[in-house]
Design a protein around this ligand. Sequence first.
Ligand code: SAM
Length: 289
Amino acid sequence: MSEEAEKGPMATETPTDGAAEFMSRPIDPDRKSVPIDTGVPHPARVMDFWLGGKDNFAADRAVGEQIVGGAPILPIVMRAERQFLGRAVGYLAGVGEVRQFLDIGTGIPTAGNTHEVAQAIAPDAKVVYVDNDPIVLSHARALLVAASPGTVDYIDADLRNVRQVLEGASGLLDFSRPVAVTLLGILEFIADDQVAEILAVIKEALSVGSYLAVASSASEGPLPAAAELWNSSGATPITLRTAAQIGAFLDGLEVVSPGVVQLPQWRPDASTEYLELDVPQYGGLARKT
Ligand SMILES: C[S@@+](CC[C@H](N)C(=O)[O-])C[C@H]1O[C@@H](n2cnc3c(N)ncnc32)[C@H](O)[C@@H]1O
């Protein structure tokens, strides 16, 4: 029997990369009791597993492997989403001339993080990252905040407490000026009865000239069976939505061409992959006028 199997899915593990020191100290005064629960799969760590990273645990790998068995497109979806992030943030910092970014649902840092893309175009760009996974927090502090002191911040918070997220972000960002809010791969973890209000609060907080970018998993295509498996794992449930429902996230804003489309189809550039594939993840962005 493998070591992993002997431990069983509820075992507490040491992560495979660098968060052990962090795990022994409180996260922040308000979230002292939040442990890293390695027995329950978490979106950031399963995504990390699919992207070939090291920051995942047996429970993440078990459900990640099972799900990919039924929906082999998922690692492609994750890579397409990172590529979309790059093009969307590039557009926002370039054409959109935005200098403030609020990236909610950061994920475990990998190549081409929001501040790297934005600051390559506008070195004075400020970025606040938000995630509710303690593993993301440990890496974000080391790789995101420390790497760009003064221009990058990180908030350990939950999007479902959207007012707390916005209040925390206002420590670095000035909401009386344009801010681009990115919600990429996170709205599927927000239930139908909460998502409309969260989006309304964000849109209301933004000043004219601000942007909202979204990317979310589609109910059309191969993901429903994978979502069912995910939802039976005890993890935060996922809600798949139709392309039209994902498009409606941007209601009330001026949608940038080509609208909300499968991610590779959104303003592809020379490095965009998977253009020929049916990728069940839709995204786009829109401006507040
Ligand atoms: C699939 S990953 C997407 C990462 C990155 N945005 C991307 O597109 O590559 C989703 C991220 O959202 C975070 N997340 C999920 N639900 C959340 C919530 N309610 N509040 C804050 N973060 C959340 C997860 O921890 C994870 O890091």
